[in-house]
Design a protein around this ligand. Structure first.
Ligand code: UGA
Length: 434
């Protein structure tokens, strides 16, 4: 099929390359010239496994092109809208300006019978308004939310857990076009759910709200465990064996960050308030608050371990990315902990295998060291805030102990074996662990 992907950020660039890889003729469109130049040269503006290979294959075969010219949309059968919907400055609601301008630019080029498939994360009710806006062109709007995880984006796009397509009453035929788009995934048994527009929008917000709630649930248990002298990691293991609960997203520590979960739960709650149903998701405020408290707690653990004396103490912060295998530092709890420690006067040095350039651009006041062992050298305390393999699996406590000034390890991701570190002479402190 001939398709456009409008908005070539994280979601759009991956979607465009993935769709070309399964045989579609795809044009990626974005207003950002530098981004389009980079994608057209086969370079991904961010790190994502397998993306460069798909980009190169699509560009070489001619099935994938990139342009800033929206007029290129005129020939396509399906238009995916993948622009960002960030948090509004100073508010919790989503900023829909990029979505508005993408639709406004697309409308003059829409032909009757075309399908516009929204993928951006939007407040419920947005799709119905967009459907009204494009109706005079004879094109049809459907809502097709995206559930990809950074680091698994290509995998999640090509083999998703489910495909959801929201349509207006009477537009059920439009879902067939999406069935054709995703024909290989559908053929291999991926559930394909056709819903109304509002339900499709809600599935996305609700999925992220659920995941965030699950993480904050276990972190709330960590708070109780801290006082009750229990161990939250063992608790999570025991809970996880209950197949109704499951162990995934029960990873305790400094909590969730990134470009999606924090802003999405806030936008979800803000929209519920607009709808007069704020109380229905009032718990999301608590989910957010628990999440942010864990960053305070990590800082407090460092302060306590240093007997209250952090000023001018050298602290090695292992990690800057919001999760491992990423160079993304958007709302990274790891960097937040580093910034707070520096605010207390500590001599903080941050290391990370991939995210240092991004971190330095946003927080130039922090000191950065690309080599893990150099970061550890002479440290008075070490804090793990992103569970990269370099720290979780490959860091030997005896070797690390030979580098630091004091053997104090704060495990902000509960990713180390406490006994191994203690028996190597470390004062090990996890979060919510005995
Ligand atoms: C998240 C969702 O998982 C995707 O399904 C969704 O499509 C995406 O947002 C989005 O809306 O675009 P992502 O932001 O890539 O994906 O990251 P996750 O892997 O979900 O991790 C989010 C944060 O939660 C990270 O900071 C991670 O360290 C933290 N986390 C995750 C925990 O603290 N504990 C866990 O057990 C799991």
């Amino acid at each position: 099929m001939r398709m456009t992907v409008i908005g070539c950020g994280y979601l759009g660039a991956v979607h465009a390359a993935a769709m070309a890889s399964i045989g579609h003729e795809v044009t990626g469109i974005d207003v950002d010239e530098a981004k389009i130049r980079s994608l057209a040269a086969g370079k991904a503006p961010f790190f994502e496994p397998k993306l460069v290979e798909l980009l190169t294959a699509g560009l070489d075969s001619g099935t994938l092109t990139f342009t800033t010219d929206i007029a290129a949309a005129a020939e396509a059968d399906v238009h995916f809208i993948a622009v960002g919907t960030p948090q509004l400055a100073g508010e919790h609601a989503a900023d829909l300006q990029y979505l508005d301008s993408a639709i406004a630019a697309l409308i003059p080029h829409l032909r009757s019978g075309a399908i516009v498939a929204g993928k951006s994360t939007v407040p419920v009710g947005t799709a119905a308004q967009l459907a009204e806006r494009i109706a005079p062109t004879g094109a049809t709007l459907v809502w097709n939310p995206e559930f990809l995880r950074e680091g698994w984006a290509v995998h999640d796009t090509l083999t998703p857990d489910r495909i959801v397509v929201g349509v207006r009453d009477g537009d059920e035929h439009a879902a067939d076009a999406l069935r054709d788009v995703y024909t290989s995934a559908v053929a291999s048994g991926t559930p394909f759910l056709v819903t109304d527009l509002a339900t499709a929008e809600l599935v996305k917000g609700a999925a992220n709200a659920f995941l965030a709630t699950k993480i904050s649930f276990i972190n709330a248990m960590a708070e109780i465990a801290e006082t009750a002298e229990a161990d939250v990691a063992l608790l999570a293991d025991a809970l996880g064996y209950d197949s109704r609960i499951g162990r995934r997203y029960l990873g305790s520590g400094i909590g969730f960050g990134g470009g999606c979960l924090p802003k999405d739960i806030r936008a979800f709650a803000a929209r519920a308030e607009e709808l007069g149903r704020g109380e229905s998701v009032g718990f999301l405020r608590e989910v957010d608050a628990i999440n942010l408290r864990r960053r305070d707690r990590a800082v407090q653990l460092v302060v306590d371990a240093l007997d209250g004396h952090v000023f001018a103490r050298r602290i090695a912060v292992l990690g800057a990315a919001f999760k491992p295998f990423r160079d993304d530092i958007r709302d990274s709890p790891a960097l937040d902990v580093a910034v707070r420690l520096r605010g207390l006067g500590a001599d903080v040095v941050v290391t990370d295998p991939a995210a240092l350039a991004n971190a330095a651009a946003v927080h130039p006041q922090l000191a950065y060291e690309p080599l893990r062992d150099e970061a550890l050298r002479d440290a008075d305390a070490v804090v793990i805030v992103t569970e990269w393999d370099e720290y979780r699996r490959e860091l030997d406590p005896v070797h690390a102990g030979s580098l630091v000034a004091r053997r104090i390890m704060i495990d902000g991701r509960n990713c180390l074996d406490a006994e191994t570190w203690r028996s190597a002479g470390w004062n090990y402190r996890g979060m919510g662990r005995r």
